[in-house]
Design a protein around this ligand. Structure first.
Ligand code: XCC
Ligand code: SF4
Length: 625
């Protein structure tokens, strides 16, 4: 964790970040790191989860002197309720994004938009058949109508199960059924979480935590999975392609537009607009060499996976991208967008545009995107960016370093294709110990850590141990900047991984997408377990979110564990004020769902801990080390 005095050298491992932090300091621009310092030390009650604000008899905070709130709730109950609401927020984020995708599919299917189409018909038919919709001899749009209707039902209360429940190995389904945590409906579980945590409802911490796992399972196996599958259907299933990362992807001589947020529905149209000859001509009239589009965070991941659009940076780079002085406009959808971007933008000529009514930012211009007007609005946004180019102060432009090459686009479909049509070669490599296991490193940045230090070093350590790494979310950018997302990086891997990845021509760290795309990892685990006839918890796989910050990341970690995947976190959620809840997370869940959390801030130690878990799974399966 970072010391009180701001010493730029220790804030990030990256030169582009440090150069921009120095520029920000010189120009008097405040960043997340400055504000973290203002907020430190954090409130201990909040940090340990024992502050309750759930009713106006309180707020209550638990201490030795006052071990119960006014209503009598103790630390265990208060911590569990706070955690329950925390993951309900995260699950709602992913799943409401998923709902927006269903609405998009519904609009396309019902002919309500000309701006969006079905790009991957094969996948539409495949998914529809998988969830039990009749497909033979039917029109594409009729199948799409039925699929949208089926997916909508995943959110309600009548269907009572996820459309993708068949992706869950039977042994896992039984564990959930026995515990009563089979997710019934996305909205139902989230609403029930809010209900349970109302004063005077679920006052048994363990029971509340069990429902938390159910809520997160609804996110992973419904909300997020639906978001991913529909995005593939509407915009194309990713396949390997090259791209670039870091602030060097911002171009001094071009109009720079950054897309930020999570849902590709807006950014895909922006991408189409920047390729239109009239708009490129307009940019040239304004003196620019062209229009450059780059991504931030997960909208960036979505565009990168499917279209190869370069990535300017991850969560902690979003403010610093503006500090280059060369960004004309940032267009956002929702989630993980710091409100400070408006303030930093106003220190430059950078315009911030919001597009979703559920995510407006004071000081930003709102250009509402709907299914019927996506293209028109996208053109409008691009024109705004071109107009801003004339206001750029070239004396303040500073773009650090050259971009780094990466390879992206590893959907399960493309991985299976690369393996020759089935997961068998992967299983064989695992059995032979050439790939000893697989770890998904996912999630965020958090200014409490040296930026990307843990993300990068954990990945490096794991591949050395012949553990294949799957990266999603903001870890992607970190891995990319470290040169880990190109096939040449096999030189940094252990001999087994070198052999397998070398033969396949893939990097030892594979980019599988955005945060909702962690559903791809769930599906892959389900496939592997199914092939082997075991449960997911028997597989030599694990998850990690070393520098996580968000409610969504906590939901992801929880659905991983509830699916049988051990999950490493760099730091615990705000639960340590309850021994019961902490013990449940670290050990108790193991007995219930066959996996648990492990906490370790040091990436080198974390790699050893994950290695141990993978080893024990290998032994359990009777595989030699
Ligand atoms: Fe957000 Fe998804 Fe975290 Fe990045 S990784 S900071 S949640 S953008 Ni999902
Ligand atoms: Fe206090 Fe209980 Fe109200 Fe929470 S629910 S604020 S512990 S009285």
């Amino acid at each position: 964790m970072i010391e009180k005095k701001l010493d730029i050298e220790v804030l990030s491992i990256w030169d582009d970040a440090k150069q921009m932090l120095r520029k920000a300091e010189k120009e008097g621009i405040e960043t997340a790191w400055d504000r973290l310092m203002q907020q430190t030390p954090h409130c201990k009650f909040g940090e340990t989860g024992v502050c309750c604000r759930l009713c106006t008899m309180g707020p209550c905070r638990i201490s030795k002197k006052a071990p119960r709130g006014v209503c009598g709730a103790d630390a265990d109950v208060i911590v569990a309720r706070n955690f329950g609401r925390f993951i309900a927020g995260g699950s709602a984020g992913h799943s409401d994004h998923g709902r927006d995708c269903i609405e998009a599919l519904h609009a396309v299917a019902h002919g309500e938009t000309e701006d969006y189409t079905i790009k991957d018909e094969d996948k539409l038919f495949r998914i529809a058949a998988e969830v039990g919709i009749e497909t033979t001899g039917r029109e594409t749009l009729d199948v799409a109508k039925d699929l949208a209707a089926d997916f909508f039902e995943n959110y309600g209360t009548t269907k009572g199960k996820s459309s993708f429940i068949s992706r869950v190995p039977e042994k896992r389904q039984k564990i959930w059924a026995d515990l009563g945590i089979t997710p019934r409906g996305v909205d139902r579980e989230i609403a029930e979480m809010m209900h349970r945590t109302h004063m005077g409802c679920d006052n048994d911490a363990a029971n509340t935590m069990l429902h938390a796992t159910r809520t997160c399972l609804a996110d992973g196996w419904s909300g997020s999975m639906i978001a991913t599958e529909i995005s593939d259907i509407l915009f194309g299933t990713p396949s390997p392609r090259s791209s670039q990362v870091n602030l060097g992807v911002i171009r001094e001589d071009q109009v720079n537009i950054l897309v930020h947020g999570h849902n590709p529905i807006v950014s895909e149209k922006i991408l189409e607009a920047v390729q239109e000859p009239e708009l490129i001509a307009l940019a040239k009239e304004s003196g620019a060499a062209g229009i450059n589009l780059a991504g931030l965070c997960c909208t960036g991941n979505e565009l990168m996976m499917r279209q190869g659009i370069p990535m300017a940076g991850n969560h902690l780079m979003t403010e610093l991208a503006i500090v280059t002085g060369a960004v004309e406009l940032i267009v956002v959808d929702y989630q993980c967008i710091m409100p400070s971007l408006v303030q930093i933008g106003s220190c430059f000529h950078t315009k911030m545009v919001t597009t979703a009514d559920k995510a407006k930012f004071t000081g930003a211009e709102h250009v509402k995107f709907e299914m019927q007007n996506g293209m028109e609005q996208a053109r409008k946004v691009v024109r705004m960016a071109i107009e801003r180019y004339g206001r750029r102060d070239s004396a303040r432009v500073e773009i650090p370093c050259d971009p780094v090459d990466i390879v992206t686009g590893f959907s399960n479909e493309s991985i299976i294709r690369a393996l020759g049509g089935s997961v068998d070669p992967l299983i064989e490599a695992i059995k032979a110990g050439k790939i000893r296991g697989v770890v998904g490193i996912v999630g965020c940045n958090n200014p409490k850590y040296k930026h990307d230090h843990c993300n990068v070093n954990l990945a490096k350590e794991l591949i050395k141990k012949d553990i294949l790494v799957i990266a999603t979310g903001c870890v992607t950018t970190a891995a990319g900047k470290a040169g880990l997302l190109v096939p040449e990086s096999i030189s940094m891997a252990g001999p087994g991984l070198q052999e397998i990845c070398g033969a396949l021509g893939i990097p030892p760290v594979v980019h599988m997408g955005s945060c909702v795309d962690n559903a791809r990892i769930l599906q892959l685990c389900g496939l592997l377990a199914g092939e082997l006839g075991v449960d997911i918890s028997d597989l030599p796989v694990a998850a990690s979110s070393p520098e996580w910050y968000s409610e969504k990341a906590a939901a992801i970690g929880t659905y991983a564990v509830a699916s049988g995947i051990d999950c490493h976190l760099g730091h615990p959620p705000n639960i340590t004020g309850s021994e019961l809840v902490t013990n449940l997370a670290l050990t108790g869940l193991k007995d219930l769902v066959g996996a648990s959390f492990l906490i370790e801030p040091d990436p080198f130690k974390a790699a050893d801990l994950l290695d141990e878990r993978i080893n024990s799974k290998r032994l359990g399966l009777g595989l030699e080390q």
